[in-house]
Design a protein around this ligand. Structure first.
Ligand code: DGL
Length: 272
């Protein structure tokens, strides 16, 4: 069976899962949440590079992985190029969809909501220079929403007042499109829409799923629609496995089961 591995500091990368499962339903999915070191958004760049390389190597020892998805904008914008040089399997990165936002905006007022590391990084600056139609992009870097998304999946309530305060600069700048440049944030899309229904909140899940499907076409399992339909009928739906580098709470465990994870484990690693 073909296997896709997803990595994130926590549950953020799970926001990509429905689109990936829909695009390649026959694939096994292995998800690694590095909860022992969450959040990544305030980590040193060198540490992030070393950690990503280490996690991919460790997971490869346990699973024959066909495609790696760095399901984290922070790690992707920092580590993608290095990781592609150090591993022999295809690596998909998740980076902020600035180009799409610029194309969708009617008033050239786009915003980006990401972690402080992504906002401060040179990768994002490059994307803005290349694709934004305007000199000014409203940028908010926060790890607070990472915490809120983790809490939501652990079945804790979200304070809309706090969310309203964080996104206020987008309202002030009259942004009509805001890029969710952190995979945790799409978990809060209902709340974000509630706070600012006139803003189009965009993320990269479908683009990433499409990229995985294209890459897997080079592997033994054909991913054409006909083949997928046959596999669906014969119930050969992929197995989904969740690892965390720390103990997870019972409410999160329940959420993961509801999402279809039938195998949830604590992965003990050096530095965990
Ligand atoms: N979900 C990650 C991202 O896309 C990391 C968030 C964090 O751990 O700070 O940036």
């Amino acid at each position: 069976m073909t296997c896709i591995a997803l990595f994130d500091s926590g549950v953020g990368g799970l926001s990509l899962l429905p689109a990936i499962k829909n695009a390649v339903p026959h694939c096994d999915i292995v998800y690694l949440a590095d909860h022992a070191h969450s959040p990544y958004g305030n980590k040193d760049l060198q540490w992030l590079n070393q950690r990503m390389e280490y996690l991919v190597t460790e997971l490869q020892k346990q699973h024959p992985i066909d495609v790696v998805v760095i399901a984290c904008n922070t790690a992707s914008t920092v580590c993608l190029n290095t990781l592609r040089q150090t591993t022999n399997i295809p690596v998909v990165g998740v980076v902020p969809a600035i180009k799409t936002a610029a194309q969708l905006s009617n008033n050239n007022a786009i915003g980006i909501l990401a972690t402080p590391a992504t906002i401060q990084g040179t990768y994002l600056k490059g994307l803005i220079e290349e694709f934004s139609q305007s000199d000014y992009v409203t940028q908010i870097g926060t790890t607070k929403l990472v915490e809120m998304a983790e809490n939501k999946l652990s079945q804790q309530p979200i304070e809309l007042n706090q969310l309203n305060r964080i996104i206020a600069p987008f309202i002030h700048a009259q942004c009509d499109v805001v890029v969710l440049g952190c995979t945790h944030f799409p978990h809060l899309i209902d709340e974000l829409q509630q706070c600012a229904p006139h803003i189009h909140w965009i993320h990269s899940a479908h683009a990433i799923a499409k990229r995985c499907k294209t890459l897997l076409k080079n592997h033994s399992i054909d991913t054409t629609t006909d083949q997928q339909e046959t596999l669906k009928k014969t119930s050969k739906i992929g197995h989904t496995k969740f690892y965390s580098t720390a103990n997870i709470s019972q409410p999160l465990h329940t959420t993961l089961e509801k999402m279809g994870f039938n195998d949830i484990q604590h992965l003990l690693l050096a530095g965990s």
